[in-house]
Design a protein around this ligand. Sequence first.
Ligand code: NZQ
Ligand code: ZN
Length: 385
Amino acid sequence: MKNFEFHNPTRIVFGAETVGRLDQLIPAQARVLILYGGASAEKTGTLAEVRQALGQRSVQEFGGIEPNPSYETLMRAVQLVRAEQLDFLLAVGGGSVIDGTKFVAAAALYDGEPWEIAEQGGANIRQALPIGTVLTLPATGSEMNSGAVVTRKATQAKLPFRNALLYPRFSVLDPSKTFTLPAKQIANGLVDAYVHTIEQYLTYPVQAHVQDRFAEGLLQTLIEIAPPAVATPDDYATRANLMWTATLALNGLIGAGVPQDWATHMIGHELTALYDIDHARTLALVLPALLDVQRDSKRAKLLQYAARVWDIRSGSEDERITAAIASTRHFFEGLGIPTRLSAYGLGPDAVEAVLRQLQAHGMTALGEHRDIDLARSRRILQAAL
Ligand code: NZQ
Ligand code: ZN
């Protein structure tokens, strides 16, 4: 196992009817900004519940944060925070709203052009406003981590950043808030959480037994709950398991002390920025192809994944690896999520366009061995055609 420090300060308040707890979670004197997305938070009644829980506090609202939150939109929230001297940010929504809120939290106190935060991956954040979240979409893990991803529409740049100051103070996770999600978003959430787990697990062995077993447990849980999660929106037990699994997939626990490979995400971000494909859907395009191209350097873990997650134990090593990759592809396809670029009408031109973006963003040494250079990214994308 590698050396590590693990500190996750986010308080999780989990369960049905927990939005009312906001009253105790946010300081009474706070000047609060509620941030939310499009119409869903109002339509589902969650926003009304939040307003009620905040009682007599000074509260303002900022709506309209779009999926894959944009710098352009978020800078309007930054202006509001500065003008009104707001001092507590409450995100009500999915990963996009929470990520956007993290950007606002840092940008409002940043001395300089805030886009530098994204350009420097968050290393230049010195202070940030406190944030809390009410999660309405289980997928990203943003509710219990210090990372975020923002897009600058003008330049089609979608960049990740992180800083320990950006952990939410608390996150309210009420699984019944997910009942209103379209099936497509649930499928996206299952795939996003699955790929987060894979990217911290499917590298090379470092004798990290409990991280491996945790990761395999999360993967098996996602496979098991996928059918009812999609088919039965108001199945509370299933949604509770999905919500907690997605949080655990990216809250630092399974990634502590192990190598990580975020190449699928970095290539996926470029596909979203260029072609507006949902985040999780880009991951389903890249991952099976990446596993195939990287099958030699990931051999030991691919065999472990085949045996322990998919119960594939017979055949030659290469046959087992091929079968495990096929099972992964079938899992995504079974959720209605394509694993081929052609499903989006994309061909060889798109491969070259993504490569140009990767180069522009310095994404030229990806993967656990930093061996995914542009030539290898080209092979991966070609394998995904
Ligand atoms: O905008 P509204 O009307 O609210 O609708 C949203 C949105 O259209 C809707 N929705 C959310 N909760 C709902 C609901 N509809 C009905 N009922 C509810 N309860 O869902 C749509 C998608 O929301 P979004 O927040 O965009 O989805 P998701 O949570 O998948 O977030 C994706 C973003 O997170 C980033 C992605 O890159 C992408 O920008 N990620 C953030 C990570 C992190 N911070 O650690 C890690 C991830 O890998 C990911 O990169
Ligand atoms: Zn993701």
